[in-house]
Design a protein around this ligand. Structure first.
Ligand code: UDP
Length: 372
């Protein structure tokens, strides 16, 4: 009997741990030997450890312990550190996911070693090259032999760039997972929240955190919106954003608060929470009256859970969520959200697949017949 084909999955950041879970399970079920190469980009318990436990990911077979520094420093150190392990393992496939520095390092390393490269979440574009995420995903796409698109729109964007070989629309791994979540009232109770009684905020993109005035403007608007609705504004805050809040002098010390600080009074009713696990975040999102975010993942989850969303940016890599009315962009923030009757649900739209994206990626990589 021949050995199971080895498939290296490069992970490093929170959304990649989340997406690697269904992907690894599907690869195992399809007869592969999937293993995780963790770059170390996110290394702490709240952004990494908790997801391994909750999503039952095995310990990475290879951990590079590379984090911090500029884009060039991080990608350069990752590249150097992963070359030896990947050259020794010579997996049948190297899979990179999304748009982080770990995605780019994995893509560059696999291609320089001549290893077959697959990109999951291919074809997304903000059309803004100044964003590191845009450069990372663009380069990963153009280096990959197999490109797995979450939506038909993503495949169309690739075709406009002349990339059609190896492209397949499989659906969104986030949708696979979202279908398995539910609103657990205990998760809300833990934060003293009740369904429909709060707005949910996240904001931590590098470009926003680097611009204190823009961050402050978005927070002031979000707080005003919550005040207008007469509800709380909850924010499970990413360490990068917490540092940006400190830097912008938007916090005051509070020994009783979970993070040792609270937002300044002008931002009331904003309440900061430590980052939470995947299931707890799904409950918080499902229970929110509205979502306000700069996260690509959360924009889609709001859409999947039929919660209206305002994206705190002027563009979205997920135009399907905007055109059907669930998601409005920062520039449109004063436009009323369309009434529920005018919105189209994810299930009705069908744009994000059928919840079998991971299985389709696994079948494609192992050369099995596609499902009918
Ligand atoms: N998420 C989480 N806990 C949190 C905040 C977010 O589990 O405290 C989840 C969120 O539900 C989504 C993913 O993390 O599934 C999104 O990750 P992130 O916003 O870091 O990245 P992006 O989607 O912008 O690439």
């Amino acid at each position: 009997m021949s050995a199971a084909p080895s498939v290296a999955i490069v992970v490093g950041a929170r959304p990649q741990f989340i997406k690697a879970a269904p992907l690894r399970r599907a690869l195992l079920a399809a007869g592969a030997d999937p293993w995780l190469l963790h770059t170390g980009q996110h290394f702490d318990e709240q952004l990494s450890g908790v997801f391994f436990e909750e999503l039952r990911l095995p310990a990475p077979r290879c951990h590079l312990n590379v984090s911090g520094g500029s884009h060039a420093q991080m990608v350069g150190r990752m590249l150097q550190a992963m070359e030896g392990p990947l050259a020794a393992a010579r997996p049948a496939w190297v899979v990179v996911i999304g748009d982080t520095n770990s995605t780019l390092a994995g893509a560059l390393c696999a291609s320089s070693l001549g290893l077959p490269l697959a990109h999951v979440e291919a074809g997304l574009r903000s059309h803004r090259r100044e964003m590191p995420e845009e450069r990372n995903r663009l380069l990963a796409d153009h280096l990959s032999a197999r490109l797995f698109c979450p939506t038909a729109g993503a495949a169309a964007l690739l075709a406009r760039e002349g990339v059609t070989a190896g492209v397949e629309v499989v659906g969104d791994l986030m949708y696979d997972l979202a279908l398995q979540t539910r609103l657990d009232p205990a998760h809300l109770a833990r934060h003293g929240a009740r369904a429909g009684g709060y707005l949910l905020l996240t904001a931590h993109r590098a470009e926003l955190c680097a611009r204190p005035a823009e961050l402050a403007a978005r927070l002031a608007w979000a707080a005003g919106r919550a005040r207008g609705e007469g509800v709380e504004l909850l924010w499970p805050v990413h360490p990068r954003a917490l540092a940006a809040l400190r830097e912008a002098d938007l916090l005051e010390p509070d020994a009783a608060a979970p993070l040792g600080a609270r937002p300044r009074a002008a931002l009331a009713p904003l309440r900061l929470l430590p980052p939470v696990g995947y299931g707890e975040m799904a409950s918080l999102t499902r229970g929110a009256r509205e979502v306000l975010t700069d996260s690509g993942g959360l924009q889609r989850e709001a859409f999947f859970y039929e919660v209206p969303c305002t994206t705190l940016r002027d563009e979205s890599e997920w135009p399907e969520t905007v055109s059907c009315g669930w998601n409005r962009l920062w520039g449109d923030r004063d436009r009323p959200l369309p009434p529920p009757s005018a919105r189209q649900s994810a299930a009705a739209l069908g744009a994000f697949g059928r919840g079998d994206a991971a299985a389709r990626v696994a079948r494609a990589l192992l050369g099995a017949q596609p499902a009918p």
